[in-house]
Design a protein around this ligand. Structure first.
Ligand SMILES: CC(=O)SCCNC(=O)CCNC(=O)[C@H](O)C(C)(C)COP(=O)(O)OP(=O)(O)OC[C@H]1O[C@@H](n2cnc3c(N)ncnc32)[C@H](O)[C@@H]1OP(=O)(O)O
Ligand SMILES: CC(C)C(=O)C(=O)O
Ligand SMILES: [Mg+2]
Length: 555
């Protein structure tokens, strides 16, 4: 990279716009959406879609709720042409959907475009030509008037051809390609000239689509450009003002949203931001951003994973795991403080209340995700995350001090392995640690326990944990005090008992000795209590592993 990039690159000029209105507006309704996945998205793929793939994609777009779909560039190739024919001949276009096709301003291409549309009930014919200074100079070698004439001539030709086919309801769209890099006065001049030929009316509007063909400035600059056009274009009441942001600076979503504030009525883009180079603006993110503000986007992503899978298969491109709303990891927290807040938020969230779960901008269930992956545990995780997974795995919540103790054991495992501990792994570790703690105590018969092979009776039916502890203490010659006990009913209707004991030397009182927990889930409370006490004592007197021993000491 250059030490002084100003020798090669220059800052984008600001727009002279007095009293700009867009910064103080808010978005209150969804725009008209136009999916250009099958055109701009498709033209940027390594291998363009086959006809069958395009049909699959088209049908998905219809299911999502798109009413305008750019289906291709029919004069570009036989595949593109045949796809349009199949949509029409096989009656695949629903009555409330309008297909759109793109063409350059060249007579033979426009003719072929109309040929592809023969018999279509409705269609948008979309003409483009680049009008920015560098394109005039480098690509076309044309002056301003000639570039304008290219747009005007193409429009005239399309108007003639449309008029000759009155059985179709035609809409005309013009895109001054490279709009955002063009002098605003000239962009308006070209658009006004095109509209002057088409003669749109409020009842029969045309679409003027303003592309950031290559995103070259901050989104506020694009908003200024759009507001300037909104204020100054001729025929404004007869024009649907559309924008087509690309994402070269990574700010296409912001540019599109600010363009809506600035007066745009319609947005063109692709699902998950596919498209030339860094892509077109991502329509999924835009739609879901509206949704999070309580505005219905009119697009349905209730099963966002199914949409993502189809798009990935058709485009043969992966969607990033951190892609907004749709990526595999976007509703997942690994870090302790995030997990803690999410767990508390989900516990407090009422089904009929405004969504207010920390770190989750939307309810994953709204896009068809479950809560399974919301929390995943590795060495960055804390007790909140571990407890969440336990709650879901064993159906009960250990007491707080036990959560702290177990979380340290999990962290030790994660730290040593360096990888995630699975939910199954966490439940298994909990079971091994607290349910099946091996030690000198065991059940001998239904109403006797044994310690190192010597049997002694359990207290009578209905005894509590303290009584069991006392009887075990007597048998093993130690002091055992129950310091914590919690009983819960699991979702399966069993009884979960968590017991914390302090074990000391015989007759020892106060805080001396070691504290440890045991747990049991059983059909009956009595069985659960005795097994949990037994497990806690076994852990206290039977553990040998240094890590576990360390974990036994409370924080
Ligand atoms: C920003 C965008 O996404 S625009 C859409 C881009 N999409 C595509 O290009 C995909 C489909 N395109 C194609 O299949 C081909 O480019 C075709 C069939 C349209 C044209 O192919 P070719 O005739 O071989 O021309 P080529 O692809 O080299 O295009 C460049 C020519 O088109 C001219 N051109 C470019 N845009 C336009 C336009 N909007 N109107 C008229 N002419 C144009 C160029 O000036 C150049 O002309 P030149 O050869 O006289 O210098
Ligand atoms: C054809 C136009 C709208 C385009 O794709 C662009 O300018 O990016
Ligand atoms: Mg584009």
């Amino acid at each position: 990279m250059l030490k002084n990039p100003s020798t090669k690159y220059q800052p984008f000029p600001a727009v002279a716009l007095n009293g700009r209105r867009w910064p103080s507006r808010t978005i209150t309704q969804a725009p008209i959406w136009m999916s250009t996945d099958l055109r701009d998205g498709n033209q940027s793929l390594i291998d363009p879609m086959s006809i069958d793939t395009k049909i699959e994609f088209f049908e998905m777009l219809v299911r999502i709720g798109f009413k305008q779909i750019e289906v291709g560039f029919p004069s570009a190739s036989q595949t593109e042409f045949d796809f349009v024919r199949r949509l029409i001949e096989e009656n695949r276009i629903p009555d409330d959907v309008t297909i759109e096709v793109l063409t350059q301003s060249r007579a033979e291409l426009i003719e072929r475009t109309f040929e592809s549309l023969d018999g279509v009930p409705r269609a948008i014919v979309h003409l483009y030509n680049a009008i920015a200074p560098s394109f005039r100079k480098i690509v076309f070698g044309l002056g301003k008037d000639e570039v304008k004439a290219l747009a005007v001539e193409g429009t005239r030709l399309i108007k003639q051809m449309a008029a000759a086919r009155p059985q179709t309801e035609w809409t005309y769209q013009y895109s001054p390609e490279t709009f955002s890099m063009t002098e605003l006065g000239f962009a308006r001049e070209v658009c006004d000239a095109v509209a002057g030929v088409w003669q749109p009316t409020p009842a029969h509007k045309m679409i003027v689509n303003l592309p950031a063909t290559v995103e070259a400035a901050m989104p506020n600059v694009f908003a200024d450009q759009v507001e300037w056009m909104d204020r100054n274009m001729a025929f404004r009441d007869s024009i649907v003002l559309s924008v087509h942001p690309h994402n070269d600076r990574g700010t296409a979503v912001a540019a599109a949203e600010m363009a809506l504030l600035a007066g745009a009525d319609r947005i063109e883009g692709c699902l998950f931001g596919n498209g030339e180079r860094t892509g077109n603006v991502d329509l999924v993110t835009l739609a879901m951003n509206l949704y999070t503000q309580g505005i219905s986007p009119g697009l349905d992503f209730s099963d966002i994973d199914a949409v993502r899978r189809t798009v990935e298969r058709c485009n043969q491109l992966p969607v990033h795991p951190r892609h907004p709303y749709a990526g595999d990891l976007v509703f997942t927290a690994f870090s302790g403080s995030h997990q803690d807040a999410i767990r508390k938020g989900l516990a407090q969230q009422r089904a009929d209340a405004i969504w207010e779960v920390p770190y989750l901008p939307i309810d994953p269930a709204d896009v068809g995700r479950n809560y399974d992956a919301v929390i995943r545990v590795n060495s960055q995780s804390g007790k909140g995350g571990t407890t969440w997974l336990l709650e879901r795995g064993i159906g009960a919540t250990p007491p707080r001090r036990m959560q702290i103790e177990f979380s340290r054991i999990v962290q030790g495992v994660a730290d040593r392995s360096g990888v995630e501990v699975t939910p199954q792994g966490i439940c298994e570790l909990f079971r091994k640690t607290y349910f099946d703690a091996k030690g000198p105590l065991a059940r001998a018969t239904a109403d006797t326990l044994s310690c190192n092979g010597r049997s002694f009776p359990t207290p009578p039916a209905g005894a509590d944990a303290a009584q069991y502890a006392a009887s075990i203490a007597k048998a093993i010659g130690r002091s055992i005090v129950v310091v914590d006990i919690e009983e819960q009913r699991t979702a399966e209707g069993k009884v979960a008992v968590f017991v914390g004991v302090r074990i000391g030397a015989a007759g020892e009182v106060g805080q001396a000795g070691i504290h440890c927990y045991g747990a049991a889930i059983r059909e009956s409370k009595e069985m659960a209590v005795i097994d949990a006490v037994m497990a806690s004592v076994n852990r206290g007197i039977g553990v040998t592993a240094p890590d576990e021993q360390a974990a036994l000491e409370f924080a």
